[in-house]
Ligand binder design. Structure first.
Ligand code: SF4
Ligand code: SF4
Length: 209
């Protein structure tokens, strides 16, 4: 029959529309809780599967990537230990070349210090590919989940500097717990291997007399 497909399609839309009310009644106030939002973005949802952004937000999957951030660890007396050594690998592999790093130098000797004096990312150019985080040998740059970066003036606000990019390791653990653990385990294994090799070398030297 001519138009049968259209009627069928409209029927699906109507069913979803009515199912929304059934879901509403069934879930009550829970519909607007985190649990309700998770349900509405799942494959089990019966009614409309939209959320009322920005009042409601979909849960972000761990592997979601937005602008990278730099990780620091809290050490004694609240001091920050920045993981980045300014090796420059991330800047080299970045496809649109939106990372600039200023290296630090010891004012007395003029020799480089393994910490960036400044670190810039042009967030208008970053294409969120995650290569910088993939290649960083020190787990120092990580892809963020924060996607709400709207500003009034992109020329003034969208070149992020070191201070804006730095976030604590606890934040990293919070948004990417699995990745954090994998990297922490790999680091611990590497350290253990290094310590074992050193101990073996020392034992061999001691045996030689
Ligand atoms: S973020 Fe990582 S790859 Fe980039 S300069 Fe720092 S240590 Fe090197
Ligand atoms: S995510 Fe990709 S484009 Fe963005 S800074 Fe990292 S390497 Fe460059």
């Amino acid at each position: 029959m001519y138009g049968k497909g259209i009627i069928k399609g409209l029927g699906v839309t109507l069913k979803h529309f009515l199912d929304t009310y059934i879901d509403d009644i069934r879930m009550g106030k829970k519909r607007y809780s985190d649990e309700g939002i998770e349900y509405r973005s799942s494959k089990d949802v019966r009614g409309l599967f939209t959320v009322q952004y920005p009042e409601e937000k979909l849960p972000t999957p761990e592997e979601f990537r937005f602008i990278p951030f730099l990780v620091y660890d809290e050490v004694e007396d609240g001091e920050r230990e920045i993981r980045c050594t300014s090796c420059g690998i991330c800047a080299k592999v970045c496809p649109p070349q939106c990372i600039w790093i200023e290296r630090s130098e010891d004012p007395k000797t003029g020799r480089p210090i393994p910490e960036p004096a400044n670190f810039y990312i042009d967030v208008d150019i970053c294409m969120n590919c995650g290569l910088c985080a993939e290649f960083c040998p020190f787990d120092a740059i990580i892809m963020d989940h924060d996607y709400e970066l709207a500003v009034y003036n992109r020329f003034e606000n969208n070149i992020y500097d070191k201070e804006k990019l730095l976030k604590p390791a606890e934040y990293y653990l919070d948004i990417r717990p699995l990745n954090y653990q994998i990297q922490a385990d790999a680091r611990a294994e590497k350290e253990a291997k290094k310590a074992a090799a050193k101990a073996k070398k020392e034992a061999a030297a001691a045996a030689k007399g």
